[in-house]
Design a protein around this ligand. Structure first.
Ligand SMILES: Nc1ncnc2c1ncn2[C@@H]1O[C@H](COP(=O)(O)OP(=O)(O)OP(=O)(O)O)[C@@H](O)[C@H]1O
Length: 369
Protein backbone atom coordinates (compact mmCIF):
# COMPACT_ATOMS: atom_id res chain seq x y z
CA UNK A 1 0.00 0.00 0.00
CA UNK A 2 1.42 3.40 -0.91
CA UNK A 3 1.36 6.35 1.49
CA UNK A 4 -1.95 8.21 1.59
CA UNK A 5 -3.97 5.30 0.22
CA UNK A 6 -6.92 4.12 2.30
CA UNK A 7 -6.45 0.53 3.47
CA UNK A 8 -9.06 -1.95 2.30
CA UNK A 9 -12.05 -2.33 4.60
CA UNK A 10 -11.43 -6.07 4.87
CA UNK A 11 -8.24 -7.89 4.15
CA UNK A 12 -7.64 -11.56 4.82
CA UNK A 13 -4.17 -12.95 4.39
CA UNK A 14 -3.28 -16.59 3.88
CA UNK A 15 -6.11 -18.05 5.94
CA UNK A 16 -5.85 -21.76 6.61
CA UNK A 17 -8.29 -24.04 8.43
CA UNK A 18 -7.66 -27.72 8.88
CA UNK A 19 -10.36 -30.25 9.80
CA UNK A 20 -9.43 -33.88 10.33
CA UNK A 21 -6.05 -33.34 8.68
CA UNK A 22 -7.59 -31.73 5.60
CA UNK A 23 -7.01 -28.09 4.63
CA UNK A 24 -10.64 -27.10 3.97
CA UNK A 25 -9.51 -23.48 3.67
CA UNK A 26 -6.10 -23.46 2.08
CA UNK A 27 -4.18 -20.19 1.96
CA UNK A 28 -7.05 -17.87 1.11
CA UNK A 29 -6.32 -14.16 0.67
CA UNK A 30 -8.85 -11.48 -0.25
CA UNK A 31 -9.30 -7.74 -0.01
CA UNK A 32 -12.60 -5.90 -0.14
CA UNK A 33 -13.04 -2.13 -0.18
CA UNK A 34 -15.90 -0.23 1.45
CA UNK A 35 -18.93 -0.23 -0.82
CA UNK A 36 -17.69 -3.26 -2.75
CA UNK A 37 -19.49 -6.59 -3.04
CA UNK A 38 -17.30 -9.65 -3.44
CA UNK A 39 -18.92 -13.02 -4.03
CA UNK A 40 -17.17 -16.12 -2.83
CA UNK A 41 -18.45 -18.57 -5.39
CA UNK A 42 -17.90 -22.30 -5.42
CA UNK A 43 -19.49 -25.72 -5.12
CA UNK A 44 -20.79 -27.18 -1.91
CA UNK A 45 -18.07 -28.13 0.55
CA UNK A 46 -15.27 -26.04 -1.00
CA UNK A 47 -14.73 -24.02 2.19
CA UNK A 48 -16.79 -20.86 1.61
CA UNK A 49 -18.73 -20.90 4.87
CA UNK A 50 -15.66 -21.79 6.90
CA UNK A 51 -13.89 -18.74 5.45
CA UNK A 52 -16.86 -16.56 6.35
CA UNK A 53 -17.03 -17.99 9.85
CA UNK A 54 -13.37 -17.19 10.48
CA UNK A 55 -13.92 -13.58 9.42
CA UNK A 56 -16.96 -13.39 11.69
CA UNK A 57 -14.83 -14.75 14.52
CA UNK A 58 -16.93 -17.80 15.30
CA UNK A 59 -14.28 -20.12 13.89
CA UNK A 60 -10.54 -19.83 14.55
CA UNK A 61 -8.07 -20.12 11.72
CA UNK A 62 -5.02 -22.37 12.06
CA UNK A 63 -2.93 -19.68 10.41
CA UNK A 64 -3.36 -16.40 8.59
CA UNK A 65 -4.50 -12.90 9.48
CA UNK A 66 -7.62 -10.78 9.24
CA UNK A 67 -7.37 -6.99 9.02
CA UNK A 68 -10.16 -4.42 9.09
CA UNK A 69 -9.42 -0.87 7.92
CA UNK A 70 -5.72 -1.67 8.13
CA UNK A 71 -5.88 -2.95 11.73
CA UNK A 72 -5.21 -6.53 12.70
CA UNK A 73 -8.31 -8.08 14.26
CA UNK A 74 -7.25 -11.69 14.32
CA UNK A 75 -4.23 -13.89 13.89
CA UNK A 76 -3.22 -17.03 15.76
CA UNK A 77 -2.11 -15.05 18.85
CA UNK A 78 -4.55 -12.17 18.99
CA UNK A 79 -8.29 -12.11 18.50
CA UNK A 80 -10.95 -9.40 18.66
CA UNK A 81 -14.12 -11.19 19.84
CA UNK A 82 -16.96 -11.52 17.31
CA UNK A 83 -19.22 -8.98 18.99
CA UNK A 84 -16.56 -6.28 18.75
CA UNK A 85 -15.74 -6.76 15.07
CA UNK A 86 -18.56 -4.49 13.76
CA UNK A 87 -19.57 -7.16 11.31
CA UNK A 88 -23.15 -7.70 10.13
CA UNK A 89 -24.21 -11.27 9.47
CA UNK A 90 -26.93 -12.64 7.30
CA UNK A 91 -27.56 -16.29 6.64
CA UNK A 92 -30.05 -18.38 4.69
CA UNK A 93 -31.80 -19.17 7.92
CA UNK A 94 -32.06 -15.54 8.96
CA UNK A 95 -33.53 -16.45 12.35
CA UNK A 96 -35.54 -13.42 13.42
CA UNK A 97 -36.44 -13.37 17.10
CA UNK A 98 -40.03 -14.67 17.11
CA UNK A 99 -40.98 -12.95 20.36
CA UNK A 100 -39.85 -9.50 19.17
CA UNK A 101 -41.76 -7.22 16.82
CA UNK A 102 -40.23 -6.10 13.55
CA UNK A 103 -39.08 -2.89 15.26
CA UNK A 104 -37.67 -4.92 18.17
CA UNK A 105 -35.76 -7.16 15.80
CA UNK A 106 -34.22 -4.28 13.88
CA UNK A 107 -33.35 -2.40 17.09
CA UNK A 108 -31.82 -5.47 18.71
CA UNK A 109 -28.12 -4.72 18.12
CA UNK A 110 -28.44 -0.93 18.33
CA UNK A 111 -26.80 1.26 20.91
CA UNK A 112 -27.82 4.80 21.83
CA UNK A 113 -30.88 6.55 23.20
CA UNK A 114 -34.42 5.35 22.60
CA UNK A 115 -34.98 8.19 20.16
CA UNK A 116 -31.80 7.48 18.21
CA UNK A 117 -32.74 3.83 17.92
CA UNK A 118 -36.24 4.70 16.79
CA UNK A 119 -34.94 7.02 14.06
CA UNK A 120 -32.61 4.33 12.72
CA UNK A 121 -35.31 1.62 12.84
CA UNK A 122 -37.80 3.82 11.01
CA UNK A 123 -35.21 4.85 8.44
CA UNK A 124 -34.28 1.27 7.64
CA UNK A 125 -37.83 -0.07 7.60
CA UNK A 126 -38.80 2.70 5.20
CA UNK A 127 -35.81 1.79 3.07
CA UNK A 128 -36.89 -1.87 2.85
CA UNK A 129 -40.55 -0.81 2.34
CA UNK A 130 -41.78 -2.35 5.57
CA UNK A 131 -42.84 0.74 7.55
CA UNK A 132 -46.41 -0.51 7.80
CA UNK A 133 -45.18 -3.73 9.44
CA UNK A 134 -43.22 -2.00 12.18
CA UNK A 135 -45.39 -3.55 14.92
CA UNK A 136 -45.93 -6.93 13.25
CA UNK A 137 -44.30 -10.12 14.46
CA UNK A 138 -42.14 -12.36 12.25
CA UNK A 139 -44.80 -15.08 11.87
CA UNK A 140 -47.13 -12.48 10.34
CA UNK A 141 -44.71 -11.76 7.49
CA UNK A 142 -43.96 -13.56 4.22
CA UNK A 143 -40.55 -15.14 3.62
CA UNK A 144 -39.44 -12.20 1.49
CA UNK A 145 -40.58 -9.68 4.12
CA UNK A 146 -38.77 -11.59 6.87
CA UNK A 147 -35.65 -11.57 4.75
CA UNK A 148 -35.90 -7.78 4.40
CA UNK A 149 -36.29 -7.41 8.18
CA UNK A 150 -33.18 -9.56 8.62
CA UNK A 151 -31.31 -7.30 6.22
CA UNK A 152 -32.47 -4.19 8.08
CA UNK A 153 -31.46 -5.81 11.38
CA UNK A 154 -28.00 -6.68 10.10
CA UNK A 155 -27.42 -3.19 8.69
CA UNK A 156 -28.92 -1.23 11.60
CA UNK A 157 -25.69 -0.85 13.62
CA UNK A 158 -23.89 0.36 10.47
CA UNK A 159 -21.49 -2.58 10.26
CA UNK A 160 -18.23 -1.97 8.48
CA UNK A 161 -18.47 -5.41 6.92
CA UNK A 162 -21.46 -7.53 5.91
CA UNK A 163 -21.05 -11.28 5.64
CA UNK A 164 -23.86 -13.03 3.81
CA UNK A 165 -24.07 -16.80 3.49
CA UNK A 166 -26.50 -17.90 0.77
CA UNK A 167 -28.95 -15.24 2.01
CA UNK A 168 -31.42 -15.67 -0.82
CA UNK A 169 -31.52 -19.43 -1.21
CA UNK A 170 -34.55 -19.91 1.02
CA UNK A 171 -36.65 -17.57 -1.11
CA UNK A 172 -39.14 -18.29 -3.82
CA UNK A 173 -37.60 -17.96 -7.30
CA UNK A 174 -39.99 -15.24 -8.39
CA UNK A 175 -39.19 -13.09 -5.36
CA UNK A 176 -35.50 -13.61 -5.49
CA UNK A 177 -34.41 -11.31 -8.32
CA UNK A 178 -36.25 -8.31 -6.91
CA UNK A 179 -34.95 -8.88 -3.40
CA UNK A 180 -31.40 -9.32 -4.67
CA UNK A 181 -31.57 -6.02 -6.53
CA UNK A 182 -33.08 -4.15 -3.57
CA UNK A 183 -30.53 -5.68 -1.21
CA UNK A 184 -27.67 -4.69 -3.48
CA UNK A 185 -28.90 -1.10 -3.69
CA UNK A 186 -29.17 -0.86 0.09
CA UNK A 187 -25.75 -2.42 0.68
CA UNK A 188 -24.21 0.12 -1.68
CA UNK A 189 -25.93 3.01 0.12
CA UNK A 190 -24.66 1.79 3.48
CA UNK A 191 -21.11 1.56 2.13
CA UNK A 192 -20.23 -1.69 3.90
CA UNK A 193 -17.69 -4.10 2.45
CA UNK A 194 -19.76 -7.16 1.55
CA UNK A 195 -18.63 -10.76 1.29
CA UNK A 196 -21.44 -12.88 -0.08
CA UNK A 197 -21.15 -16.65 -0.23
CA UNK A 198 -23.03 -18.45 -2.95
CA UNK A 199 -22.84 -21.59 -5.04
CA UNK A 200 -24.97 -20.02 -7.79
CA UNK A 201 -23.04 -18.41 -10.65
CA UNK A 202 -26.06 -16.32 -11.72
CA UNK A 203 -26.32 -14.85 -8.24
CA UNK A 204 -22.63 -13.97 -8.23
CA UNK A 205 -22.85 -12.42 -11.70
CA UNK A 206 -25.84 -10.37 -10.62
CA UNK A 207 -24.53 -9.15 -7.27
CA UNK A 208 -20.75 -9.01 -7.43
CA UNK A 209 -18.30 -6.27 -8.19
CA UNK A 210 -15.75 -9.02 -7.89
CA UNK A 211 -16.04 -12.81 -7.93
CA UNK A 212 -13.61 -15.04 -6.05
CA UNK A 213 -13.98 -18.51 -7.50
CA UNK A 214 -13.21 -21.12 -4.85
CA UNK A 215 -12.42 -24.80 -5.30
CA UNK A 216 -11.07 -27.38 -2.83
CA UNK A 217 -10.29 -24.70 -0.24
CA UNK A 218 -8.46 -22.36 -2.60
CA UNK A 219 -9.34 -19.28 -4.58
CA UNK A 220 -8.55 -20.28 -8.14
CA UNK A 221 -9.57 -17.07 -9.86
CA UNK A 222 -10.60 -13.60 -8.83
CA UNK A 223 -11.84 -10.64 -10.82
CA UNK A 224 -14.80 -8.71 -12.21
CA UNK A 225 -17.64 -11.02 -13.30
CA UNK A 226 -17.02 -10.24 -16.97
CA UNK A 227 -13.37 -11.20 -16.70
CA UNK A 228 -14.00 -14.38 -14.76
CA UNK A 229 -16.62 -15.44 -17.31
CA UNK A 230 -14.71 -14.50 -20.45
CA UNK A 231 -11.18 -15.36 -19.32
CA UNK A 232 -11.57 -18.50 -17.21
CA UNK A 233 -8.39 -20.01 -15.77
CA UNK A 234 -9.23 -23.60 -16.59
CA UNK A 235 -11.87 -25.94 -17.95
CA UNK A 236 -13.60 -26.33 -14.59
CA UNK A 237 -13.94 -22.55 -14.32
CA UNK A 238 -15.69 -22.48 -17.71
CA UNK A 239 -17.93 -25.37 -16.68
CA UNK A 240 -18.92 -23.72 -13.42
CA UNK A 241 -20.78 -20.97 -15.30
CA UNK A 242 -22.41 -22.91 -18.13
CA UNK A 243 -22.65 -26.12 -20.09
CA UNK A 244 -19.54 -26.76 -22.12
CA UNK A 245 -18.34 -28.62 -25.19
CA UNK A 246 -14.85 -30.06 -25.39
CA UNK A 247 -12.69 -31.03 -28.36
CA UNK A 248 -9.39 -32.85 -27.89
CA UNK A 249 -6.31 -32.29 -30.00
CA UNK A 250 -2.53 -32.42 -29.96
CA UNK A 251 -0.36 -29.35 -30.41
CA UNK A 252 2.02 -29.07 -33.31
CA UNK A 253 3.81 -25.82 -34.06
CA UNK A 254 1.65 -23.89 -31.54
CA UNK A 255 -1.49 -25.03 -33.37
CA UNK A 256 -4.09 -27.62 -32.40
CA UNK A 257 -5.77 -29.21 -35.41
CA UNK A 258 -9.44 -30.22 -35.11
CA UNK A 259 -12.29 -30.98 -37.51
CA UNK A 260 -13.29 -27.32 -36.96
CA UNK A 261 -9.91 -26.10 -38.18
CA UNK A 262 -6.80 -25.10 -36.29
CA UNK A 263 -6.74 -23.35 -32.94
CA UNK A 264 -3.89 -21.28 -31.63
CA UNK A 265 -2.06 -22.77 -28.66
CA UNK A 266 0.69 -20.22 -28.05
CA UNK A 267 3.49 -21.36 -25.77
CA UNK A 268 2.22 -24.95 -25.58
CA UNK A 269 4.99 -27.45 -26.41
CA UNK A 270 4.61 -29.77 -29.41
CA UNK A 271 2.99 -33.08 -28.59
CA UNK A 272 0.94 -31.70 -25.67
CA UNK A 273 -2.64 -32.89 -25.50
CA UNK A 274 -5.02 -29.96 -25.23
CA UNK A 275 -8.72 -29.44 -24.77
CA UNK A 276 -10.57 -26.78 -26.72
CA UNK A 277 -13.48 -25.72 -24.56
CA UNK A 278 -16.45 -23.64 -25.69
CA UNK A 279 -19.96 -22.83 -24.55
CA UNK A 280 -23.05 -24.04 -26.46
CA UNK A 281 -24.09 -20.44 -27.18
CA UNK A 282 -20.95 -19.96 -29.24
CA UNK A 283 -21.79 -22.73 -31.69
CA UNK A 284 -23.32 -21.50 -34.94
CA UNK A 285 -25.64 -23.69 -36.99
CA UNK A 286 -26.09 -23.81 -40.75
CA UNK A 287 -28.36 -25.84 -42.96
CA UNK A 288 -27.04 -28.55 -45.20
CA UNK A 289 -26.85 -27.42 -48.83
CA UNK A 290 -26.63 -30.56 -50.94
CA UNK A 291 -24.02 -32.17 -48.70
CA UNK A 292 -22.04 -28.96 -48.15
CA UNK A 293 -21.81 -26.51 -45.33
CA UNK A 294 -20.71 -22.88 -45.15
CA UNK A 295 -17.27 -21.91 -46.42
CA UNK A 296 -14.50 -21.48 -43.84
CA UNK A 297 -14.02 -17.99 -42.39
CA UNK A 298 -11.30 -16.58 -40.13
CA UNK A 299 -13.80 -15.89 -37.32
CA UNK A 300 -15.69 -19.20 -37.43
CA UNK A 301 -13.11 -21.63 -38.83
CA UNK A 302 -14.20 -24.75 -40.70
CA UNK A 303 -17.72 -26.20 -40.48
CA UNK A 304 -18.20 -29.78 -39.30
CA UNK A 305 -21.25 -31.91 -39.99
CA UNK A 306 -23.50 -33.36 -37.34
CA UNK A 307 -26.89 -34.98 -37.00
CA UNK A 308 -29.55 -33.71 -34.59
CA UNK A 309 -29.93 -36.20 -31.75
CA UNK A 310 -32.26 -34.18 -29.55
CA UNK A 311 -33.73 -30.66 -29.38
CA UNK A 312 -35.53 -28.94 -26.54
CA UNK A 313 -37.09 -25.53 -26.04
CA UNK A 314 -35.93 -24.06 -22.71
CA UNK A 315 -37.88 -20.79 -22.59
CA UNK A 316 -35.54 -18.06 -23.78
CA UNK A 317 -33.49 -20.42 -25.97
CA UNK A 318 -33.45 -23.87 -27.52
CA UNK A 319 -30.85 -26.53 -26.82
CA UNK A 320 -29.92 -28.76 -29.74
CA UNK A 321 -27.63 -31.76 -29.31
CA UNK A 322 -25.69 -33.14 -32.26
CA UNK A 323 -23.87 -36.37 -32.93
CA UNK A 324 -20.84 -35.34 -34.93
CA UNK A 325 -19.81 -37.17 -38.11
CA UNK A 326 -16.09 -36.86 -37.42
CA UNK A 327 -15.98 -39.11 -34.33
CA UNK A 328 -19.53 -39.78 -33.15
CA UNK A 329 -19.13 -37.45 -30.16
CA UNK A 330 -21.94 -35.19 -28.95
CA UNK A 331 -21.86 -31.38 -29.13
CA UNK A 332 -24.44 -28.96 -27.76
CA UNK A 333 -25.63 -25.74 -29.32
CA UNK A 334 -28.05 -23.18 -27.96
CA UNK A 335 -30.11 -21.05 -30.27
CA UNK A 336 -32.06 -17.97 -29.17
CA UNK A 337 -35.81 -18.50 -29.32
CA UNK A 338 -37.63 -21.54 -30.66
CA UNK A 339 -35.65 -23.93 -32.85
CA UNK A 340 -36.59 -27.58 -32.56
CA UNK A 341 -35.27 -29.50 -35.57
CA UNK A 342 -36.27 -33.12 -36.02
CA UNK A 343 -33.85 -35.81 -34.78
CA UNK A 344 -31.81 -37.12 -37.72
CA UNK A 345 -31.62 -33.80 -39.50
CA UNK A 346 -28.16 -32.98 -40.86
CA UNK A 347 -26.66 -29.57 -40.05
CA UNK A 348 -23.27 -27.89 -40.11
CA UNK A 349 -21.67 -26.49 -36.99
CA UNK A 350 -19.05 -23.78 -36.64
CA UNK A 351 -17.55 -22.34 -33.46
CA UNK A 352 -16.86 -18.71 -32.66
CA UNK A 353 -13.11 -18.93 -32.38
CA UNK A 354 -12.77 -15.81 -30.22
CA UNK A 355 -14.91 -17.56 -27.60
CA UNK A 356 -12.89 -20.78 -27.36
CA UNK A 357 -10.45 -21.60 -24.60
CA UNK A 358 -7.48 -23.89 -25.13
CA UNK A 359 -6.19 -25.65 -21.99
CA UNK A 360 -3.62 -28.41 -21.55
CA UNK A 361 -5.57 -31.65 -21.02
CA UNK A 362 -5.50 -33.00 -17.49
CA UNK A 363 -6.03 -36.49 -16.18
CA UNK A 364 -9.76 -37.06 -15.76
CA UNK A 365 -9.62 -37.37 -11.99
CA UNK A 366 -8.24 -33.84 -11.64
CA UNK A 367 -10.95 -32.25 -13.74
CA UNK A 368 -13.47 -31.56 -11.03
CA UNK A 369 -14.62 -28.26 -9.59
N1 LIG B 1 -16.62 -28.20 12.31
C1 LIG B 1 -16.22 -28.98 11.32
N2 LIG B 1 -15.61 -30.15 11.56
C2 LIG B 1 -15.17 -30.95 10.57
N3 LIG B 1 -15.31 -30.66 9.25
C3 LIG B 1 -15.93 -29.49 8.94
C4 LIG B 1 -16.42 -28.60 9.94
N4 LIG B 1 -16.98 -27.52 9.33
C5 LIG B 1 -16.83 -27.75 8.00
N5 LIG B 1 -16.22 -28.92 7.76
C6 LIG B 1 -15.88 -29.48 6.45
O1 LIG B 1 -15.14 -28.52 5.75
C7 LIG B 1 -15.47 -28.54 4.36
C8 LIG B 1 -15.88 -27.14 3.95
O2 LIG B 1 -17.12 -26.81 4.55
P1 LIG B 1 -17.84 -25.41 4.28
O3 LIG B 1 -19.13 -25.42 5.05
O4 LIG B 1 -16.89 -24.32 4.56
O5 LIG B 1 -18.10 -25.48 2.74
P2 LIG B 1 -19.07 -24.59 1.84
O6 LIG B 1 -18.29 -24.31 0.60
O7 LIG B 1 -19.58 -23.44 2.59
O8 LIG B 1 -20.23 -25.60 1.51
P3 LIG B 1 -21.83 -25.37 1.51
O9 LIG B 1 -22.08 -24.46 0.34
O10 LIG B 1 -22.36 -26.74 1.32
O11 LIG B 1 -22.15 -24.76 2.83
C9 LIG B 1 -16.56 -29.57 4.21
O12 LIG B 1 -15.98 -30.76 3.74
C10 LIG B 1 -17.10 -29.75 5.60
O13 LIG B 1 -17.59 -31.04 5.78
Amino acid sequence: MTAGQTPPRLEIRNLVRVFDGQRVVDDVSLTIRAGQVTCLLGPSGCGKSTTLRMIAGVEMQDSGEIHVDGKLICDTMFRVPPERREIGLMFQDFALFPHLSVAGNVAFGLKGSREEKQVRVEELLARVSLSRHIDSYPHQLSGGEQQRVALARALAPRPRIMLMDEPFSGLDNRLRDGIRDDTLALLKEEDAAVLLVTHEPEEAMRMADEIALMRDGRIVQQGAPYNVYTRPVDKAAVAFFSDINTLRAQVNGALAATPFGQFLAPGVPDGTDVEIVFRPQHVKLDFDRGGRGPLPTPSDGVAARGMVERARFLGSESLVEFRMDFDGSMLKATVPNVFIPEPGRVMWLTIRRDRCFVFPARPAERQRL
